[in-house]
Design a protein around this ligand. Structure first.
Ligand code: ZN
Ligand code: FE
Length: 255
């Protein structure tokens, strides 16, 4: 049975995710922007945290860890590469490692770029990938620590997951991302209709996370830097994929 996944809005535009196995009653958390809304959701549902998975070291993904650990005794899991700047880890993981969470196997992918040491957690049995500030809905995280090429390679690894994968990213940045995406591909019909759907969802305050990887492949400009039609639209027909990605990212930084 797939894990039940509950989205918890935190801070101004962050998301945390609770994973729950209805059979065993086990609950895990991906990222802890702040403790109170997460604890309230746990209390409301009568769930007890067993594991806390951390994607990367930024405060808006980690500030709630210690309070939640203190309240639950949960095991805290994160990247070995980031152990020196994450809350103390009970389990350090590397790219390619697997970990059992709520009775399900999660695969660890290094998706460095936004930060070096950023990881994503893929739960193949539930068809879910937790990507935080790497792959986002119609966007990707800013490249703060890694290189553009590193971020492009990270996105390519996520793009290679099964297309029916649900992508759980860490922020509600989708409206701005959609407004930017149409400047790159104004003639992408799938993008135009998706932007309209995003406008409808956001008008009633509905989260746009998670999204389907197949929809990202069809409409997310950052995943489409290798496509000839995108290269031509950007006047970069002969450029290599990572350079096209880098130019899209630079344009978004200025947007
Ligand atoms: Zn971040
Ligand atoms: Fe973030």
């Amino acid at each position: 049975m797939p894990l039940k996944i509950v989205t918890v809005p935190c801070l101004s535009d962050n998301y945390a995710f609770l994973l729950h196995d209805p059979v065993s009653g086990c609950t895990a958390l991906v990222d802890a922007p702040e403790a109170p809304p997460i604890q309230a959701e746990l209390d409301h549902r009568g769930w007890h945290l067993r594991d806390i998975l951390i994607t990367h070291h930024h405060a808006d993904h980690t500030d709630g860890v210690e309070a939640l650990r203190a309240a639950s005794g949960a095991r805290v899991i994160g990247a070995a590469a980031d152990a020196h700047r994450l809350p103390p880890l009970d389990l350090e993981l590397r790219d390619g490692d697997s970990v059992e969470v709520c009775g399900e196997t999660a695969h660890v992918l290094d998706v460095s770029g936004h930060t070096v040491g950023h990881v994503a957690f893929h739960f193949p049995a539930s068809g879910a990938a937790f990507t935080a500030d790497s792959l986002m809905v119609l966007g990707c995280g800013r490249v703060f620590e890694g290189t553009m090429e590193q971020m492009w390679n990270s996105l390519c690894r996520l793009a290679a997951l099964p297309p029916e994968t649900q992508v759980f990213s860490g922020h509600e940045y989708t409206m701005t991302n959609a407004n930017f995406a149409v400047t790159i591909e104004p003639d992408n019909a799938a993008l135009i209709s998706r932007k309209a759907a995003v406008e409808r969802d956001r008008a009633i305050g509905k989260p746009t996370v998670p999204s389907l990887l197949s929809d990202e492949l069809a409409t997310n400009p950052f995943l489409r830097a290798s496509r000839p039609e995108v290269k031509i639209a950007m006047g970069m027909a002969d450029a290599v994929d990572s350079e096209v990605f880098a130019e899209i990212r630079r344009r978004k930084d200025r947007f």
